[in-house]
Design a protein around this ligand. Sequence first.
Ligand code: NI
Ligand code: MN
Length: 229
Amino acid sequence: MSASLTLTFLGHSAWLIRHGDDSILIDPFVTGNPHAPVPADQLEPTAILVTHGHGDHLGDAETIAKRTGAVVISTFEVANYLKARGCENTVGMGIGGGRAFPFGHLKFTIAHHSSSTPDGAYCGSPAGLLLTLGGRTIYHAGDTGLFYDMKLIGDMNAIDVALLPIGDYFTMGVADAVVAVEFLHPKLTIPMHYNTFPPIEVDAHDFVAQIAGKGFAGLVVDPGVSHSL
Ligand code: NI
Ligand code: MN
């Protein structure tokens, strides 16, 4: 009944979440990602989730979707962008909207950031993801600064794992991400979006130590490593 749920970190904000026969790829920035443990042509997801249009998140979504036929689920504008480029199986959703999919339930949350594709296409608002599958809820914050509504997200959802950006410069840094954990109060927090490039080099172990000091569990997962729930 509750098959194991495995989260594999592909570096930056890219994750592969496996549960039963479902293989869900989030923010598939693989080509050009110095920490990606596998090339894009070896990924065989059944669904691809994209938080916003920036190249380090949209990544290889188009080529992987075309090769595998996996559904791409993103914001309305990103989904339309991919559809116009020939991805046949896309779903475009809006902030605050949730929907059941064969793999589980997905809801789009706010994220304070920006969103356009590398070639300049307007992508509306960026998003975070609340993914519930196999009885577990995962919050992938996308790229965002700290926002007080994280408290609402945490109070309305029993988050098992929060995947939070900590790299500063483009997103929350360590100090703000610590406050985000207090707002979200997840069972486990795993940092992401750090050390990929020089501007976002931070000490993830320091982040985990700081949240541990406030009574929250954190785990540094290195690229290529899987964590099972
Ligand atoms: Ni971004
Ligand atoms: Mn980013």
